[in-house]
Design a protein around this ligand. Structure first.
Ligand SMILES: Nc1nc2c(ncn2[C@@H]2O[C@@H]3COP(=O)(O)O[C@H]4[C@@H](O)[C@H](n5cnc6c(=O)[nH]c(N)nc65)O[C@@H]4COP(=O)(O)O[C@H]3[C@H]2O)c(=O)[nH]1
Length: 516
């Protein structure tokens, strides 16, 4: 895919897709936020209504009992005074009256001087004989209000009992509902829920474009409704903020991806240029017999300096591998090694140079022949060039085994580099038939510290020996580490800053010169 990154149309499409994906995610997240916050808000609102309804109906029930048990003669002056006293002590009642034989006779507000009036038809009769008038026209005013009656008493509920709780986001209904959902009469609220028989599904849910929550306690039930569209539009500011934020994140991701890819592209182009101008160089780090400190080999490490800045191999080697430049890079390193070291290798036949090769080199069937040709031209023996491969490049065991065999048959020793970082077992490496392992520096660092007791280095060494593998210990930096490995028998080789940092060919050649 990386090859498309320098095409404008691809960048434009990728940016649009990422911005759209970010915006979609933002909308989705904001909807979730809105829905969950609405559910919580609605529940709070429904609970407040229900608490108030329970209070209102409890007061009505209590006063109905009080009026029915009046100690005074029916509708006498004393009883009217008694009703007034009681009414002043209530919170949610507008009037308390007396009825008999289908006629209204007197009340606290109406008094007792008028002619009895026939009662209108009630909307609902409860099993315990209460008559519910959902919204009756009152005798004393032209207004309407809910009335509950039983025996020879009735009470008028204050229509404003829920006024203070009203919320523009919701419509609601409050019902006196002692029989459960089957006989509901709406008595308060902004919601037109009809007179009787409204079915109230329990709990919360959604019907069409409306979400609802129905709750009951004691003789009270409330139903709260909200239009989804209205909720969403009230949440529009937060939705657009989160959507814009999502789109911005998507755009930022696109810009970062493009910049990263551009950087990589330019690194690739710069590396290509450096290779064609032969500007890469090689440094050598000594590999010594740890017990004696005598150099037995050196590892060739590629170096790239550009505009005064060193670019680490860990950065550009993966780029070279991905861009298909690694074979050229390896040949470039080999050419440097031969031009730097051919004479020293000839003078020190027991000394060898170790070169890092990548999977692409290992599996290139012509690599061995190409290397042999160059070695022959430089008059260097094949066994003086060892090759380091990574555990990763041996993932395909059958192919790796064959490739390793091809190179070994030409006389090259093969080492597994950074052993221990790639999770392959020593038994597996035994099968691959390599010559040795280089124990990764992260393991060396456990020697000479408190973690030595848990170090797996001794086991690695034992098992490598059991498989007949040579051992090079990488990253020896301290005398404690050196002493630990120097004590091992048979001997191991080592590499690290304690013995010498990677340096120019001159340094390593000097170390090989016979002491005068
Ligand atoms: N902390 C610490 N580090 C030490 C010590 N002694 C040596 N080192 C560093 O450890 C790395 C050893 O090389 P490597 O494991 O093959 O790891 C190499 C190798 O995998 C790769 N590389 C280097 N040159 C080449 C090359 O020519 N071809 C290929 N394919 N890969 C290369 O890049 C990696 C990094 O190379 P460098 O940066 O040169 O880093 C080198 C070296 O500078 C020590 O005592 N302590």
């Amino acid at each position: 895919m990386s090859r498309y990154f320098d095409r404008r149309w691809f960048l434009a499409i990728m940016t649009i897709v990422l911005v759209a994906a970010g915006a979609l995610c933002g909308t989705w997240i904001s909807r979730l936020v809105v829905i969950s916050s609405d559910r919580g808000q609605m529940q709070i609102f429904a609970d407040q209504l229900l608490n108030r309804a329970v209070e209102v109906f409890a007061e009505a029930d209590k006063m109905l009992a009080v009026v029915n048990a009046s100690p005074h003669p029916f509708c006498s002056d004393k009883e009217i005074m008694f009703l007034r006293d009681m009414l002043f002590g209530t919170k949610y009642l507008k009037d308390m009256g007396r009825v008999r034989d289908g006629f209204f006779h007197c009340s606290a507000v109406f008094g007792n001087g008028k002619k009895p009036m026939p009662l209108i038809k009630h909307d609902l009769e409860t099993p315990d004989g209460k008559l519910i008038y959902a919204n009756s026209r009152l005798a004393i005013s032209k207004s309407t209000a809910p009335i509950i009656g039983i025996g020879n008493a009735n009470v008028v509920l204050d229509p404003a009992a829920f006024e203070t709780l009203k919320n523009p986001a919701y419509t609601f209904g409050v019902m006196y509902n002692p029989q459960g959902v089957s006989s509901t009469v709406g008595m308060f609220g902004t919601l037109d829920i009809g007179k009787t028989g409204m079915e109230l599904p329990a709990g919360a849910g959604r019907i069409g474009d409306t979400v609802y929550r129905n709750v009951c306690r004691n003789t009270a039930c409330v139903t709260v409704h909200a239009e989804v569209g209205r909720l969403e539009s009230s949440a529009e500011p937060i939705t657009s903020i989160i959507t814009t934020f999502g789109a911005a994140l998507g755009g930022a991701a696109a810009v970062i991806l493009i910049l990263l890819q551009r950087n990589n592209l330019s690194l690739k182009a710069r590396l290509q240029h450096a290779l064609s101008q032969n500007r890469l160089t090689v440094e050598y780090q000594p590999i010594v017999d740890v017990a004696t400190g005598r150099p037995v080999a050196a590892e060739a490490l590629v170096r790239w300096r550009e505009n005064g800045e060193w670019i680490p191999p860990d950065v550009f080697i993966p780029v070279a591998e991905k861009a298909g430049l690694i074979n050229r890079l390896t040949i470039c390193v080999i050419d440097h090694v031969l031009s730097d070291m051919a004479a020293s290798l000839d003078a020190n036949p027991d000394f060898h140079i170790s070169i890092n090769i990548s999977a692409a080199d290992l599996f290139d069937r012509h690599f061995g022949a190409l290397l042999a040709l160059r070695l022959k031209e430089a008059n260097v023996a094949n066994n003086q060039i060892a090759l380091e491969i990574t555990e990763r490049s041996t993932a395909n065991a059958a192919d790796a085994k064959e490739a390793i065999e091809r190179l070994r048959s030409r006389g090259h020793k093969i080492y597994i580099d950074d052993f221990g970082t790639g999770y392959s077992s020593l038994a597996y490496l035994g099968e691959l038939n390599v010559d040795g392992i280089k124990i990764d520096k992260s393991f060396t660092q456990t020697i000479g510290t408190s973690s030595v007791s848990v170090s797996i280095v001794p086991q690695i060494i034992d098992m490598a020996r059991a498989h007949g593998l040579a051992i090079v210990v990488e990253g020896i930096e301290t005398t404690a580490q050196r002493d630990y490995f120097a004590a091992l028998k048979p001997k191991v080789d080592g590499q690290g800053w304690l013995f010498g940092r990677p340096a120019s060919a001159i340094t390593i050649k000097k170390a090989l010169e016979p002491v005068a």
